[in-house]
Design a protein around this ligand. Structure first.
Ligand code: PCA
Length: 212
């Protein structure tokens, strides 16, 4: 089995992006499943192009994208992406869309196909802060998630896919700032647990039902 997990490069005021820092520290193999990683540019269009190009050329069994949501107080499992780009700050290529659709004739919203509730439960069991989120925002993360889900649907690839937002990492937050953060190794651990839940879920679906 092969799972692709992505992180983002730094953007805005952030010198590093904890999503990529955490992703690159993940084990290469989890439960006999190959974990493949890639860093995406924080650019509308080219971020998702890089991702879709990889998915088109490889046979992954699942895809998890991750990004930073500074200010959030938990690892958040995104439920859906909306067909809207509305940027508070320009992306890393200087583009700042306002009230623009991602795909002009696309669906208004597309749901993540990851087992988000089970993932959140598992993280909480391990005493990691976790929440379900009903908005991935309207910036590059939402655009990447929307294009990912639209692409999988269009190409009839029925693999689980979705997005996890992570908070700031303590290592990169000035101590005097009153801002929520988590140690990087805990963010990595949280992502590893999400992958374990996903692997269990894929295994459950593939196992033939027992006859009685
Ligand atoms: N977070 C941004 C884009 C890249 C990232 O890590 C977002 O939430 O859209």
């Amino acid at each position: 089995m092969r799972i692709l997990i992505t992180g983002f490069e730094a953007f805005g005021d952030n010198v590093v992006n904890p999503s990529w820092e955490a992703v690159k520290d993940l084990p290469r193999v989890i439960d006999a499943c190959r974990i493949e990683t890639v860093i995406l540019p924080v650019c509308f269009g080219s971020g998702s192009e890089k991702l879709l190009d990889m998915i088109g050329k490889n046979r992954f069994d699942a895809v998890i994208c991750t990004g930073l949501a500074g200010g959030r107080t938990a690892i958040t499992l995104e439920v859906l992406a909306i067909n809207l780009m509305h940027a508070r700050i320009p992306d890393n290529a200087g583009y700042q869309p306002e009230w623009e659709k991602i795909i002009s004739d696309g669906e208004d919203g597309l749901f993540s196909t990851l087992p988000v509730r089970k993932m959140a439960e598992r993280l909480k069991e391990e005493n990691l802060p976790a929440e379900i989120s009903f908005s991935a925002g309207t910036y590059v993360c939402n655009e990447v998630l929307y294009r990912l889900l639209a692409f999988l649907r269009k190409t009839s690839r029925e693999i689980p896919a979705g997005f996890v937002h992570v908070p700031y990492a303590s290592e990169y937050v000035e101590k005097e700032k009153d801002i929520f953060s988590m140690p990087l190794d805990q963010i990595t651990r949280g992502l590893e647990l999400c992958i374990r839940v996903l692997i269990d879920e894929i295994g459950r679906k593939e196992r033939p039902k027992q006859s009685t």
